[in-house]
Design a protein. Sequence first.
Length: 167
Amino acid sequence: MNHSKYSSAQIALHWLSAFIILWSLIAGSCVALFNVSEGARLTFTALNISLTTLFIPFFVVRVCLRVNHLCKYKFGAGEWLPTFVHNLIYLVTAIVLVTGVLMMNRPIVVFGWSATHQLITNPHLLRGFHAAHQQSTAMLGFLVVLHVLAVVKHEMGGNRILKRMSF
Ligand code: HEM
Ligand code: HEM
């Protein structure tokens, strides 16, 4: 089996993650950058917190499948760069999720259900994790743009890379 052959579980989790990450990046940035009403800000923030918290266990499964994939297949000479960038996407996504949870200055509420108590109360630490969340989401946004542009470039060059991520 070729390294680029992904399992059905990896493909399903890729598209689920892509949807949740793209949505949270776009909605989170719009709320942060534009002058939206207080009601819209609260609604979008609560929705994003719920979606991304529910996403955490799926992300953990995806990391396990990725590690298994990397252990199983031998990589060709030209594959180190995409492999490195994909691993970097995993690492930065993990940082975004951890800093998101740790920066919370109130309990995490998932669609009306209280999921955890506030984990950190020290205001200095909370500010630090907030800044780290902003910086890591900016870095993730950059990597996602790079990733999508790379896919478009390959597809336009006749390399049907999207087939690898299709069932
Ligand atoms: C419209 C958006 C997207 C398209 C068209 C797309 C397409 C693809 C394709 C074709 C591959 C296979 C590349 C290869 O085997 O060399 C891939 C892999 C990958 N993509 Fe995306 N992608 C999108 C969004 C995202 C997003 C938002 C993320 C997460 C931030 C992401 C993370 C990854 C990762 C980590 C891999 C490596 C394979 C894996 O472990 O699942 N992608 N993507
Ligand atoms: C893939 C996961 C995530 C993505 C892509 C994401 C994305 C973002 C973005 C783009 C912002 C705006 C940043 C800015 O002010 O410049 C933001 C803010 C925020 N995020 Fe996340 N986030 C994720 C996970 C989480 C998690 C797991 C939590 C908590 C459980 C969380 C809680 C928050 C909160 C409360 C804000 C608003 C901060 C404020 O009011 O300034 N995020 N997120």
